[in-house]
Unconditional design. Structure first.
Length: 276
């Protein structure tokens, strides 16, 4: 039979840290299947990590999900383990990182502060809790340790929350904001294609044109077509599209960076309206 699933997301980068954490997990849970979701989350960007984790966990089987984007490591912020209604357990810092994913998995069923030092590595540093606390605790949980053993229960209402921007449907316009800039410079936007349809009317057929405006975009906005693939516009031309990673909206420039072209960053507000 397949071993338990541990998924793993961090901002550690491609250096040795993720491999060391996997080694810690496998020493405790040698049968575990460790799935690296990403280790290239933008450094210290808790919101980026929360967004990516929340868009991935729904595709995974029930398991233990470790996430570490932790600029407060070594401070008074709590390490926590959160059981979602679906049955998954999310392990990481109490800084909002886990909460959007917990909502995707049905909400928080129980939460515990991680305080049981017998589950930690023998020596705990103040700068690498991913290795010394979160990895061993996740491995113990994946091996069947009851959640209650990690430490005392905490009121879920006291967990640090993090709410991602949502698209707002207005008559004739969709008010949105940038959720994430990916490695290509594409901007993933709040809202779904259906929101764009409801706000502007008409189907999202290839070539239908929209005007995108915002403080970072030149006066008058930019004329952007809806397309199903980047290659449907010429190199250097922009497009609106359905983001395949999570089914939401995106704005891109074929073979270039939309973030650089339009001065976009996390939370940049944008308005999208149909061109008659």
């Amino acid at each position: 039979m397949a071993g338990p699933l541990i998924s793993f997301l961090t901002d550690f980068g491609p250096e040795s840290a993720p491999a060391v954490c996997r080694g810690v997990m496998w020493r405790i849970a040698p049968e575990a299947r460790i799935l690296d979701l990403s280790h290239t989350v933008r450094k210290f960007a808790v919101r980026d990590g929360a967004f990516l984790l929340s868009r991935m966990v729904g595709y995974l089987e029930v398991g233990v999900h470790v996430a570490v984007v932790d600029p407060g490591v070594g401070t008074a912020r709590r390490p926590v383990a959160v059981r979602a209604e679906r049955g998954d357990v999310l392990v990481g810092p109490d800084n909002g990182l886990l909460m959007p994913a917990a909502r995707v998995l049905g909400g928080v069923a129980a939460a515990h502060e991680i305080t049981s030092t017998d589950l930690f590595l023998a020596r705990v540093s103040s700068t690498f809790h991913g290795r010394d606390i979160f990895s061993p605790v996740a491995a113990h949980l994946a091996s069947g340790l009851p959640l209650e053993r990690v430490g005392p229960a905490v009121d879920p209402a006291t967990l640090v929350d993090l709410m991602l921007p949502e698209g707002r449907v207005r008559e004739g316009v969709l008010e949105t904001a940038v959720l994430l800039i990916d490695s290509f410079g594409n901007a993933r936007l709040a809202g779904q294609p259906d929101d764009l349809v409801r706000s502007t009317g008409g189907a999202l057929i290839p070539g239908r044109r929209f005007r995108v405006t915002g403080a970072s975009i030149p006066a008058g906005g930019v004329d952007v077509p809806w397309q199903s693939a980047f290659g449907e516009v010429a190199a250097g031309e922009p497009l609106l599209y359905e983001d395949a990673d999570y089914g939401g909206l995106g704005i891109a420039v074929n073979q270039a960076s939309a973030a650089e072209r339009f001065g976009l960053g996390s939370d940049t507000p944008l308005r999208i309206e149909a061109i008659a």
